[in-house]
Design a protein around this ligand. Structure first.
Ligand code: FES
Ligand SMILES: [Fe+2]
Length: 370
């Protein structure tokens, strides 16, 4: 699937510097999508730079995915230039082999193999054709056994076979901080100015005479801290008349700070669509954005394409704002603004202590080694 992206002039270095220094830490704790499953065959490996880290993503010959620090614990060669041997990755330099848990399994010229975890393995999950890595910054985000506090969410209807894969869209890079996507959900004052006009699906072009009314709500999950919801009831107004039947209800669930967001679109009386929107921070102010959606197998493909394309069109409206704004740490809100401070309070759980820190390389380093 392709969507139009308007070419925008890059911000000046001075503007970028001011933007960067205004935001909290750029790599919060959570699950992040690294790749689609199909592009990593058994025996495949790839270097990925993201989350302020250099990683190697590889798949052993039995099909299990692994993620590790990219540089060899021996003398520092890049493991992604090596190869997969059985259930190990082999370094290209002296050909040490490492298993997915970060231990050395073989040293070709010695019987004295260093013991223990030598290189950092990262938790990985493969869900509905996507590979996810868990990144923990600071000391939080792990359960009592050191495992991620929660799993990547699945779609029960896909597991049951009633929903089927209907498409994916690589939206490329967006020069924004991850926090902006979450904050957008509580900023109800922007819905009408930015999203009040119907667009031709997958484009930025307005549909004359068709407006969209939004009735939105926001809520933190009462049972688990890492989850929050945003609800949007969209109704169309065609040539000034409300048309109740021509709308859709969306429930948007954040699992963590915005790496994994799940949308549920409900067309009353017709069926549902479930879509992942994922953000991978590849730089302090740069996100790789991907979409992947599944639908009730009885829903017409054209309707699914239309609903998803509508969301993409509206999402594109926010990009020009996100790519050029700062994070206003002390915003001057008015009484009718949404719960911006509550959202920020919720988001803080994913940031390294002591909460909001400047996103400078020095702070990054300190946070990552805590
Ligand atoms: S640097 Fe990797 S085996 Fe020596
Ligand atoms: Fe928005």
């Amino acid at each position: 699937m392709r969507a139009s992206r308007r070419k925008r002039p890059a911000a000046s270095p001075a503007a970028d510097a001011e933007r960067l220094s205004s935001y909290p830490h750029p790599y919060p704790t959570g699950w992040y999508r690294l790749s689609d499953s199909a592009s990593l065959r058994p025996g495949g490996l790839r270097h990925i730079e993201c989350l302020g880290r250099q990683l190697v993503l590889w798949r052993s010959e039995d099909g299990a995915p692994h993620v590790m620090h990219a540089f060899c614990p021996h003398l520092g060669a890049n493991l992604s230039h090596g190869r997969v041997r059985g259930d190990c990755i082999e370094c290209p330099f002296h050909r040490w082999r490492f298993s997915g848990d970060g231990r050395a399994a073989h040293v070709p010229y010695s019987k004295h193999i260093p013991q223990g975890v030598l290189t950092e393995p990262f938790p990985v999950q493969e869900v509905h054709g996507q590979l996810f890595v868990y990144h923990a910054c600071g000391s939080g985000g792990r359960d009592g056994t050191g495992q991620p506090a929660y799993p990547v969410p699945r779609i029960p209807e896909v597991d049951a076979g009633t929903f089927v894969f209907r498409g994916a869209h690589d939206a490329g890079r967006v020069r924004m901080h991850l926090l902006e996507f979450a904050e957008n959900s509580v900023d109800r004052a922007h819905f009408q100015p930015l999203h009040g006009q119907m667009r031709i699906p997958w484009t930025r072009l307005p549909v004359p005479g068709v407006e969209v009314e939004h009735d939105a709500d926001w809520r933190v999950d009462r049972t688990v801290p890492w989850k929050m919801y945003f609800f949007d009831n969209a109704v169309l107004r065609i040539l000034g008349r409300r048309v109740e039947r021509a709308g859709a209800h969306a429930r948007i669930a954040f699992f963590g700070p915005g790496g994994v967001v799940k949308f549920r679109f409900t067309m009353p009386g017709r069926g549902d669509i479930e879509m992942y929107q994922t953000h991978l921070p590849v730089g302090p102010l740069e996100q790789q954005v991907d979409f992947r959606w599944f639908a009730d197998r009885r829903l017409p493909r054209l309707l699914v394409w239309y609903v998803v394309g509508n969301w993409i069109s509206q999402w594109q409206r926010d990009i020009d704002i996100w790519e050029n704004k700062i994070y206003q740490q002390h915003p001057r809100l008015c009484r009718d603004d949404g719960p911006v401070f509550q959202l920020r309070q919720w988001y803080r759980q994913f940031l390294p202590e002591p909460g909001l820190v400047a996103a400078t390389p020095g702070d990054l380093r300190r946070a990552d080694v805590e």
